[in-house]
Ligand binder design. Structure first.
Ligand code: GTP
Ligand code: MG
Length: 202
């Protein structure tokens, strides 16, 4: 899919203030600093569309970007450095939870995890919560440029092993790098496929 245009629409502090849900949208989420905003810039070919920072917690609002005048990409705040899964529910920002549960035009949530780390409880718990709530999601491994191809494969395999203990099958997964642009074509092709599928029901 070609990205012909990508424009910032709004930043909001609540799901109620988001643009009217009259177009489908795809949101990007994950721990702070995992590379959500950088991935959005890589996908859209716009280096400064979404604000990035080496300091965690840069994105604090729900940011809508209109793509090709047709659909939205949404940059969400990270879910922070909560260490224990037990506190996830308590500390998990109401903003993110509300957005995920109430935004009916959100077709797929892309959950970003850092390729360099072993599967982490907070991410696994978060995905389990998505499953419990019937939220469609895909996993995007980020920062693959920081690892060898073999180490990347091992990271994906480690996630598969842990997740398949709880899930019948794996969600769709993508290996990406905002630096090398790895995974861009695959992700855009998947978005295109989803766009075509939802268009039939919209
Ligand atoms: P918050 O908005 O704070 O939750 O962070 P975020 O998930 O949006 O991360 P962001 O895109 O701001 O990137 C965080 C840091 O990681 C920045 O210093 C980026 O330059 C760096 N980074 C992001 N993606 C990549 C990547 O693919 N490769 C490398 N090497 N660095 C990356
Ligand atoms: Mg961000």
């Amino acid at each position: 899919m070609e990205i012909r245009s990508a424009t910032f629409v709004t930043s909001n502090t609540s799901v109620m203030q988001c643009p009217a849900p009259d177009r489908h949208e795809y949101a990007f989420i994950g721990r702070s600093n995992v590379g959500k905003s950088s991935l959005i810039n890589m996908l859209t070919n716009r280096s400064k569309l979404a604000k990035t920072s080496s300091t965690p917690g840069k994105t604090q609002l729900i940011n809508h970007f209109l793509i090709n005048d047709e659909w939205y990409i949404v940059d969400l705040p990270g879910y922070g450095y909560v260490k224990s899964s037990k506190v996830l529910r308590a500390q998990f920002s109401a903003l993110i939870r509300d957005y995920i549960l109430r935004r009916k035009n959100m077709v797929c949530l892309f959950v970003l995890v850092d390729s360099r780390h072993e599967p982490r409880e907070i991410d696994l718990e978060f995905m389990a919560w998505l499953g419990e709530n019937g939220v469609p999601f895909a996993i995007v491994f980020t920062k693959a440029d920081k690892l060898t191809a073999l180490a990347c494969q091992e990271c994906v395999a480690a996630y598969e092993k842990v997740m398949l203990e709880q899930w019948e099958s794996m969600p769709k997964t993508f290996l990406t790098s905002a630096e090398s642009r790895l995974g861009r074509e695959e992700l855009l092709a998947y978005l295109d496929e989803l766009n075509r599928t939802v268009d039939k029901f919209w």
